[in-house]
Design a protein around this ligand. Structure first.
Ligand code: NAD
Ligand code: MG
Length: 482
């Protein structure tokens, strides 16, 4: 060990009790699945099995949707917004009180560094409930028409990259507006949603208002196809999003889709380079790059490209990759063997098509799913790694000469979720933001999330917004049009 290495600083896992098996959370109770099917969730950093989890089938989905309907019509819908707000505030407070438990469980099930689940995922999830609690009694005056009312029962399907945070993005606005929910977490990360179900019982949320059905894609498909669903909110891959949109065409169901991305992080020659390098690192190595809005394409102005890449490599050599439960870890494990396989395949395509691949020296653990932080230079816009979403810690560096060229290259993608601009000039930030086809444009920062700010895509990144006042709209019907 060199004099400046960090000693191990492991977080204790004793703060959370993981049961050996979990049922479905339907109508306020944990119940066994009707046909008894179970699946396993593992810790991707060690491949240790954490628990057996129920796989919901047709009968279970039907029970959950009926419970949600009954709760919506008899309890949650008729309840004054000011009363619903009290439950949301209570949920937010309990999440904050139990934050350590949630952070440890999230890291064990997902593989993300404890520093991120502790400092980003869990506090931001609590903040969403606080924020939407404040809207629950103000909906009549918020610009959604006269006496807006809820759709009814929402089916919500979420991915594995931010399991608790995506749950909060979905459930908080749905409950604030008087809808009830059947939510399906991702199959590799169901545990924080099940702990959240336990928290809902502690909050004494009326039974049936939130139901959690675990399972994989078949369960998700059955849920969105159920005729008792009024509104669908989906976050995940563009392929599945398109499929859902096709399947519900012509039905009364409405849908919001938060899908993939291939964001450009654009660095001009007048940018503060040290800060920008931190922003690039945060943009693509945060959460192992498994972020829909990740800054996976770095567009750097030609005159500073060599300097930026050199400084970036120096910085990457200091990142600590390894045990996600260590409080000093910067980059944790990839979420699953399947995701690791996808990242590996796309990175190999980068080399095969002629780009130059670089990673810092790092010892990866023997067990578990790992991929080192990786940078590709000599990338052209036609390369697979410049076009396809990799959803891993892999950065493609491209260059540009003029602002017009930067805009053209940034928008040269079927996606449009986010973008970043690094420059000293405020006027240039506004000029760029006007032209970038991206739902979020960050200026001199990246990957900042706040419940007050809407988030969502253009083009194949989906439609509809989550967060902010905008995030209420998909859950409301204008009552004056009845
Ligand atoms: P995925 O689309 O395979 O799965 C997402 C969720 O949908 C999971 O819960 C899965 O079980 C479920 N699902 C799968 N097939 C389904 C079907 N036919 N019907 C209904 N549900 C189904 O994606 P993934 O591999 O889990 O997640 C990675 C992808 O998600 C990436 O492409 C990423 O960009 C995207 N993503 C987007 C956002 C966003 O906010 N826009 C956030 C996170 C992830
Ligand atoms: Mg897991």
């Amino acid at each position: 060990m060199s004099p400046f290495e960090y000693a191990p600083a492991p977080e204790s896992r004793s703060v959370v009790d993981i049961a050996s098996s979990y049922g479905l959370f339907i109508d306020g109770e944990f119940v066994d699945p009707a046909d008894g099917t179970m699946f396993k969730t593992v810790n991707p950093a060690t491949e240790e099995v954490l628990a057996d989890v129920a796989e919901a089938g047709e009968t279970d989905i039907d029970r959950a949707v009926r419970a949600a309907r009954r709760a919506q019509e008899t309890v949650w819908g008729p309840m004054p917004g000011s009363e619903r707000a009290k439950y949301l505030f209570r949920i937010a407070r309990l999440l904050a009180e139990r934050s350590r438990e949630f952070a440890v469980l999230e890291t064990l099930d997902n593989g993300k560094p404890i520093r991120e689940s502790r400092d980003v995922d869990v506090p931001t999830a609590a903040a969403h409930f606080f924020y939407y609690a404040g809207w629950a009694d103000k909906l009549d005056h918020a610009g959604f028409g006269v006496a807006p009312r809820p759709h009814g029962v929402a089916a919500q399907v979420i991915p594995w990259n931010f399991p608790l945070l995506m749950l909060a993005w979905k459930i908080a606005p749905a409950l604030a507006t008087g809808n009830t929910v059947v939510l399906k977490p991702a199959e590799t990360t169901p545990l924080s949603a099940l702990l959240f179900a336990d928290l809902l019982r502690q909050a004494e949320l009326p039974p049936g208002v939130v139901n959690i059905v675990t399972g994989a894609r078949e369960t998700g498909a059955m849920l969105v196809a159920h005729p008792g669903i009024d509104k669908i909110a989906f976050t995940g891959s563009t392929a599945v999003g398109k499929r859902i949109a096709r399947e519900i065409a012509g039905t009364r169901k409405t849908v919001t889709l938060e899908l993939g991305g291939k964001a450009a992080n654009i660095l001009f020659d007048d940018a503060p380079i040290d800060q920008a390098v931190e922003g690039i690192v945060n943009g693509i190595y945060f959460n192992q790059g498994q972020v829909c809005c990740a800054g996976s394409r770095l567009l750097v102005q030609e005159s500073v490209a060599d300097e930026v890449v050199d400084r970036l490599k120096e910085r990457l050599a200091t990142l600590r990759v390894g045990d996600p439960m260590d409080k000093n870890t910067d980059v944790g494990a990839i979420n699953s063997a399947a995701q690791l396989e996808r990242i590996t395949r796309l990175a190999e395509a980068g080399t095969a098509e002629g780009a130059t691949r670089w990673s810092p020296a790092c010892d990866l653990p023997e067990q578990g799913y790992w991929f080192p932080p990786t940078v590709f230079t000599d990338v052209s816009a036609a390369h697979t790694i410049a076009r396809e979403e990799i959803f891993g810690p892999v950065l493609s560096v491209l260059t540009f000469r003029t602002p017009d060229e930067a805009v053209a290259k940034a928008n040269n993608t079927p996606y449009g979720l986010s973008a970043g601009v690094w420059t000293e000039k405020g006027s240039r930030i506004l000029w760029m933001a006007d032209r970038l086809k991206a739902g979020v444009v960050w200026a001199n920062t990246f990957n900042r999330f706040d419940p007050t700010s809407p988030f969502g895509g253009y083009k194949e990144s989906g439609h509809g917004r989550e967060g902010g006042r905008h995030g209420l709209a998909p859950y409301l019907v204008d009552g004056s049009t009845d």
